[in-house]
Design a protein around this ligand. Structure first.
Ligand code: PMP
Length: 388
């Protein structure tokens, strides 16, 4: 069988400005990066607190490798659950105020694993239509009746919940939406979910580290406990600056995941040295609140400047500050023009976002300076064209 068909599909994708290509990052993450041999200012990482290249974390990774070796060597249930993993799980449980936490190798796997351990074809899953792909994929794979509700719309969720007689009802939402930057209305979502006898699962990949006085994310921001959010997911590759993810919740939840989450059971544990480094990272996330304060200063400076230039921003108080452009071709043009000015910002296009809502996904990090933000605004003024 030939691959001509695939070639044709790829060509069509290219013609529609939807082709995805990888770039070669030749430096650590940071405000200034080297991409394909070119140095520039970056506003496209999820390293929100500027920890991915922090000296204390690098040293902890080295120390962890000395103590535990490099590879996990086996799955958690065979012989790959090291004391580094265990200590990190205990620290994450304490920090999130939950009895237990369970580590996964990636956030994608945490979401797939948790959803599929909790529900099957006897059940129903309700998802915000802008949820991350890993949540949507997890729901589809589960075989449960799959329903999407309107973005952050509690009434839309309530109506769907009222119409189901499923055994279990799992409501799933991003905490901070990854492509829009807005925060889910967790108090209201939790109230209607509990009223319907369901469980609320929150993936706060982008909220942990950034929101809440101690970086405890959306649940700390709203002051929600385990009764309101019984299934809480966080990732470690973003504000934590390392890699992996965790699910936090009750004893029964975590034991159920250990028994049934296939993406937990059938995979090698994350390198223990990464878990060890993440213990150091957790201390910085919790204690160095100046990083969150700095982010908020940068975000305010950007929003004020970009609005004054006429750009359409989204209703986001978080380090994810998309500029809405519209057409994929125009988003690509601006992203390329910015790159010609030495500024890297990703153009996000369908199917990651709905058609007609292509955007520049500007993300800030505590390692940026105010001068960096002013450089960005200056370049936007020159090359960007606000939406008519
Ligand atoms: N959830 C959300 C909301 C995300 O944005 C991402 C990553 N982009 C993930 C989960 C997946 O996490 P990981 O990169 O650790 O697989």
């Amino acid at each position: 069988m030939s691959f001509d068909q695939l070639e044709t599909e790829l060509a069509e994708r290219r013609a529609a400005h939807l082709y995805r290509r990888r770039r070669l990052l030749e430096s650590p993450q940071g405000p200034e990066i080297v991409v394909d041999g070119v140095r520039g200012l970056a506003f496209c990482s999820n390293d929100y607190l500027g920890l991915a290249n922090h000296p204390a974390l690098k040293q902890a990774l080295i120390d962890g490798a000395e103590r535990f070796g490099v590879g996990g060597g086996a799955s958690h249930l065979v012989m790959g659950h090291s004391s580094a993993h265990h200590q990190l799980e205990e620290a994450l449980a304490e920090w999130t105020g939950r009895p237990r936490a369970l580590l996964f190798s990636t956030g994608y796997m945490a979401n797939m694993g948790a959803i599929n351990a909790l529900i099957d074809k006897r059940d129903a899953v309700f998802q915000d239509r802008l949820n991350h792909a890993s949540l949507l994929d997890g729901g589809l794979l589960s075989g449960a009746r799959f329903q999407r509700y309107l973005h952050n719309d509690v009434t839309s969720l309530e109506q769907r919940l009222a119409r189901t007689d499923a055994r279990r009802k799992l409501v799933v939402t991003d905490g901070v939406f990854s492509m829009d930057g807005d925060i889910a209305d967790l108090p209201a979502l939790s109230a209607v979910t509990r009223q319907a006898g369901g469980w609320l699962m929150v993936d706060d990949a982008h909220g942990f580290g950034c929101l809440g006085p101690q970086g405890g994310g959306c649940v700390e921001h709203f002051g929600l406990g385990i009764d309101e959010v019984p299934v809480l997911v966080g990732t470690l590759g973003k504000a934590f600056g390392t890699a992996g993810a965790f699910v936090a919740g009750s004893e029964a939840l975590i034991e159920t995941l250990i028994q049934h989450a296939r993406s937990y059971i059938y995979t090698t544990s994350m390198p223990p040295a990464v878990a060890w480094a993440t213990l150091s990272s957790l201390k910085l996330v919790r204690d160095e609140s100046w990083r969150r304060d700095k982010l908020n200063t940068l975000i305010a400076l950007f929003r004020q400047g970009a609005s004054a230039l006429g750009f359409e921003l989204m209703d986001s108080p978080t380090p994810i500050q998309p500029i809405l452009i519209g057409e994929a071709s125009e988003a690509l043009r601006i992203s390329q023009a910015l790159e010609d000015e030495g500024i890297f910002i990703g153009a996000i296009r369908p199917p990651t976002v709905p058609a007609g809502s292509s955007r520049l996904r500007v993300t800030f990090s505590a390692s940026h300076s105010e001068e960096h933000v002013l450089r960005l605004l200056d370049a936007l003024e020159r090359v960007g064209r606000p939406r008519a």
